[in-house]
Design a protein around this ligand. Structure first.
Ligand code: G4P
Length: 520
């Protein structure tokens, strides 16, 4: 099959949500549709450790978590589905954000009893800044939740994206009867089991138990209100990430999940052209190209090997092919490769735009590297830098090991495992991370790979704001607005909390405080 046909079938997406919104439950249903697992509960076992297929790093074993975002792929009807997992909870890290640079769309799950929560908001910001199309699934309709209008309002207000309800719930919790499917003008009945029966709107009068039901009547009234509000569904706006189609359902029941999945993958975009060296690289270009969005070290401590995750952007990848690494201009043979399936790592023979492959990394790759077939290289747009949230001063335990300490620090920073800052006053090293896990990985790797013990001094969660260099007046900054420099010598202030940020802003209205999320 041609490169073009293969590419068109790809649906590469991530599921974003706050812990407990139902990501595992929904993912599991998708995997059941794809016959990747045979029964419910397989993925859920993750929490009890049963799903811990990875013993790559001691730290993973100790914590019972997966440090990597794994990739699940399966064919479904005419599509080839690639789901990238975005780690949450305590294993939230920059990798979670970076994963979003490798997808073409995103499913956002919102717990209907809670609404938008912190982690959803953070991940959403990345999608927004990259213009990634977002499809929303409002979950847990089988429980008494919040008013659906309120939820839509909240999405629009807090996330700044237009919503278009694809369906509308009839009751919720104990009164949950099903959904009104706006596209197909039919009522889909919740029967309590997995069969979903549909009744076209114009046949509802033949069902007096529905036609005379109060919950049903008010759902129809709400639908009229919604129609009256006049929001038109726009595929263009969805593709640009300006409108999100919203589906209501229950991942657990399950109800509305298959419909959601099918509509989602039929609407979700295929791999799009990507910016590289001032050009757009089309996914149906004959020559293979891709970029590295993640490097996982120490997957096998005995061999110290590392795996680089490559998002294929064009052409056809074939095992054993030669590619050029744009940063060094060197030719590399891609012999040891693997495709990531939920429970195992398989050797992969070929892949197309949209696919994610893992390649063996003999310590030559960096996050953001581009690989190109042939000699004519180019570079995919740099991955954005993400604002860290947790900051710690770091010192070497034994000063005799300062040299190794610096070397390890430098390499781990280059690899994108952590971000490094220097405080202006005392010239100390401050490392910034998106989540706590990054410190544990950092400490572990310093010890195991560089034989250096490190100590951290907590400076707590901080809100970083970048500054224009001509606006930096050192006397205006103190401990609550700690002035530091990043690796590119840009100034930034680390504010202790929202209050100190606002206080500073009030006192210094002429200093621009730049949020990385806004500029990337
Ligand atoms: P996560 O991966 O986003 O963290 O969420 P997960 O799927 O693990 O779901 C979190 C909890 O919410 C689980 O309950 C799960 O059963 C429940 N849940 C998910 N979808 C629905 C839904 O549509 N309706 C209802 N009522 N509950 C839902 P738990 O008590 O934490 O786990 P378990 O003991 O049920 O396995």
């Amino acid at each position: 099959m041609s490169v073009q046909n293969e590419m068109k079938k790809r649906r590469t997406f991530a599921i974003i949500s706050h812990p407990d919104a139902g990501k595992t439950t929904l993912t599991e249903k998708f995997l059941l549709f794809g016959n990747l697992i045979r029964e419910s509960g397989t993925v859920k076992g993750k929490k009890s450790g049963k799903f811990a297929t990875s013993d790559w790093m001691d730290i993973e074993k100790q914590r019972g978590i997966s440090v990597t975002s794994s990739v699940m792929n399966f064919p479904y009807k005419d599509y080839q589905v690639n789901i990238l997992d975005t780690p949450g909870h305590e294993d939230f890290s920059e990798d979670t954000y970076r994963t979003l640079t490798a997808v073409d769309s995103v499913v956002m799950i919102i717990d209907g009893t809670k609404g938008i929560e912190a982690q959803t908001l953070k991940l959403f910001k990345v999608c927004k800044m990259r213009g990634i199309p977002i499809f929303t699934f409002i979950n847990k309709l089988d429980r008494e939740g919040r008013d659906p209008f309120d939820l839509l309002d909240e999405i629009e207000g807090e996330l700044g994206i237009e919503t278009y309800a694809m369906n509308w719930p009839v009751g919720m919790g104990k009164r949950f009867k099903g959904i009104l499917d706006r596209q197909n003008e039919q009522f889909v009945q919740f029967t309590g089991n997995e069969t979903e029966t549909s009744i076209p709107y114009d046949e509802i009068n033949d069902h007096p138990e529905l036609a005379e039901d109060e919950t049903f009547a008010s759902a129809f009234e709400e639908l009229e209100l919604l129609d009256g509000a006049g929001v038109e569904f726009s595929m263009d706006a969805v593709q640009r990430g300006e409108q999100t189609p919203v589906f209501f359902g229950s991942a657990l029941a399950p109800f509305g999940v298959r419909t959601f999945f099918e509509e989602f993958i039929s609407m979700a975009p295929q791999p799009a052209p990507r910016k590289a060296s001032g050009d757009m690289i089309s996914p149906d270009k004959e020559e293979f190209s891709g970029f590295i969005f993640k490097i996982q070290a120490n997957m096998n401590p005995a061999h110290r090997d590392r795996v680089a995750f490559v998002r294929v952007c064009s052409g056809k990848f074939e095992r054993g092919m030669n590619v050029t690494l744009d940063r060094t201009g060197k030719s590399i043979k891609l012999a040891q490769t693997q495709q990531f399936v939920a429970s195992s790592r398989e050797t992969i023979q070929e892949a197309y735009a949209g696919d994610i492959i893992g390649i063996y990394d003999p310590n030559v790759y960096r996050i953001g590297d581009t690989l190109v077939e042939g000699k004519e290289t180019f570079h995919f747009e740099e991955l954005p830098q993400f604002p860290p949230e947790v900051f710690k001063k770091v010192v070497v335990e034994n000063v005799m090991k300062s040299k190794q300490f610096k070397k390890g620090l430098e390499q781990l920073v280059q690899e994108g495992a952590i971000q490094l800052f220097r405080s202006l006053r005392s010239d100390e090293y401050i490392i910034g991370a998106v989540g706590q896990l990054q410190y544990e990985v950092f400490e572990y790797r310093m010890k195991n790979e560089y034989n250096v013990g490190v100590r951290f001094e907590d400076i707590g969660e901080r809100i970083p704001r970048w500054l224009k260099s001509d606006q930096v007046d050192r006397s205006k900054f103190d401990d609550r607005s700690l002035l530091v420099k990043d690796r590119e010598e840009n100034y930034l202030a680390l504010f202790k909390n929202d209050f100190s940020l606002r206080w500073f802003q009030d006192k210094n209205p002429d200093i621009d405080l730049i949020d990385l999320f806004e500029v990337n």
